[in-house]
Write a protein that binds this ligand. Structure first.
Ligand SMILES: [Zn+2]
Length: 134
């Protein structure tokens, strides 16, 4: 095998950082290209540039996708539980409010970050040309 063939390792993005699963990067809230840099600054704000690989993340476009998926998932979890609690204990309405409002709020906070990160990673994987060279 010639020396030139050994030097070629593919495009820069895969050569420098290897394959990063968009689902693994999303669940860990990491950069979709390098898998190491933190994706968020604050609760849900995506960093403009990755701190490790300097990927320009300003091109991400997840829209309302994370909120929609969070609503579906939280609904699948909370609605059956609320119905079961109501059928078993028949609590007053204020008990449902006092019980489920904090649960829904905490689940929303817990699910929105990884869902948004996963959608950013999938957007990066499928629309790399939006993110500039490299
Ligand atoms: Zn990165």
């Amino acid at each position: 095998m010639g020396r030139r063939a050994e030097r070629w390792r593919g495009p820069l993005s895969t050569q420098r950082f290897g394959y990063v699963s968009p689902y693994a990067a999303g669940l860990r809230c990491r950069c979709p290209r390098c898998g190491r840099g933190h994706l968020f600054e604050g609760l849900l704000s995506v960093r403009p540039i990755c701190e490790v690989c300097e990927l320009d993340l300003s091109a991400h476009d997840t829209g309302d996708g994370p909120a929609v998926f969070a609503i579906f998932l939280i609904g699948f979890i909370v609605v059956p539980l609320a119905l079961a609690v109501d059928a078993l204990f028949e609590p007053a309405f204020w008990v449902h409010i006092a019980l489920w409002l904090p649960v829904v709020s905490l689940l929303a906070i817990a699910f929105l970050r990884p869902m948004k990160a996963t959608l950013v990673a999938l957007h990066y994987k499928n629309f790399k040309h939006h993110y500039g060279p490299g």
